[in-house]
Design a protein. Structure first.
Length: 163
């Protein structure tokens, strides 16, 4: 039994849509639907549990609907798994004042760049795949990611202080 071209196209479209949603963070989705950048606001939730409750509730559903309307991208599930953790090769960072004058890697997402500036550091957008070498050579003093991400990329080899 063969499928019609139309049926195959529908299956490919469905598969492609699911592939597109998987693995995108809010900063990247905001390129297609600017309202998604609300999820990139630093320190919006005091805990992962609260973030999950908010995103799994009415707010998350409404935001998902608005993103779909603006971009055609449907959020199937939110994964608030970790918050901003800063690491450094030069010193422990305990307060925003500790970041003054540091060179910090950011994603090339405007709200990330502005956050680092507001903390008194110099933002340096560097692609994730290229990050290890700039940390190793001192192009940047530090970066911010989830702790498990730092470990998966072995950044702790160059970043001896993490907060």
């Amino acid at each position: 039994m063969s499928r019609s071209v139309n049926s195959i196209e529908k299956h490919v479209a469905i598969f492609w849509s699911i592939e597109m949603v998987g693995g995108l963070n809010a900063g990247h989705i905001s390129s297609y639907a600017p309202i998604a950048s609300v999820l990139e606001l630093p320190y919006s939730f005091p805990s992962t549990a609260i973030a999950r409750k908010v995103l799994d509730g009415d707010f998350g559903k409404s935001l998902s609907d608005k993103i779909a309307e603006a971009s055609g991208i449907r959020i199937l599930s939110y994964l608030p798994s970790a918050f901003r953790n800063v690491s450094s090769s030069t010193k422990m960072i305990k307060t925003p004042a500790d970041m003054v004058g540091m060179k910090m890697r950011t994603q090339q997402i405007p709200i990330h760049v502005e956050m680092v500036k507001s903390l008194g550091a110099s933002p340096t957008p560097i692609a994730w795949a290229e990050l290890y070498s700039p940390l190793q050579t001192g192009v940047v003093d530090g970066q911010e990611t989830a702790p498990y991400t730092m470990l998966m990329a072995n950044l702790q080899e160059e970043q001896h202080h993490s907060a």
